[in-house]
Design a protein around this ligand. Structure first.
Ligand code: ADP
Length: 151
């Protein structure tokens, strides 16, 4: 027995949770794919957010469900329009790193009112996408904390 109060060990467990331990596989598309193909990709991979990369495979944008819905409501030809026209683009992308605490990542999502964050490795030429953190990952972490402490 560690001698710690239960509340203390829950707090320690929470602080120790890292993005890298809970992240999912990112789904990325090239910035020249069409809006139509991006919508298909979203269904195929069953994700709510796609990350967009440039020709060197560095992060260049984010596409959410509503970004695609909004475009679909318009008169635009979805099979002709490349996603770089409608995506949220760098440098306005909120991201996190593997080593970050999950609490930091959760805080970014709430503050920016977004559903997911790309997990990146920072290179001199750009950001390499290595993972994805969503509200589902945070919920899973919340549950694992409860299970670890037999709550
Ligand atoms: P939805 O638009 O489906 O509600 P989000 O709340 O995640 O999904 O996205 C809201 C807006 O914020 C969208 O325009 C999207 O492109 C943008 N967005 C989503 N994730 C990020 C992020 N990590 N960094 C910057 N912008 C983002």
């Amino acid at each position: 027995y560690s001698g710690k109060k239960p509340t203390q060990s829950v707090a320690d467990g929470m602080i120790g949770m890292k993005v890298g331990d809970f992240q999912s596989i990112p789904v990325v598309v090239n910035e020249n794919v069409t809006v139509y193909d991006a919508i298909c990709q979203m269904f195929l991979d069953d994700v709510g957010t796609l990350f967009v990369v440039d020709k060197s495979s560095y992060l260049s944008g984010v596409l959410s469900r509503k970004d695609l819905l909004r475009t679909s409501l318009g008169k635009s030809e979805l099979d002709k329009m490349p996603v770089h026209v409608i995506m949220t683009r760098m440098p306005n992308i909120t991201y996190c790193k593997k080593q970050d605490s999950l609490i930091q990542a959760a805080k970014k999502m709430i503050e920016q009112q977004i559903d997911s964050l790309p997990v990146v490795t920072i290179k001199e030429e750009g950001l390499e996408v290595v993972g994805r953190i969503t509200k589902t990952n945070i919920t899973r972490a919340f549950l694992s904390l409860a299970e670890d402490h037999e709550l």
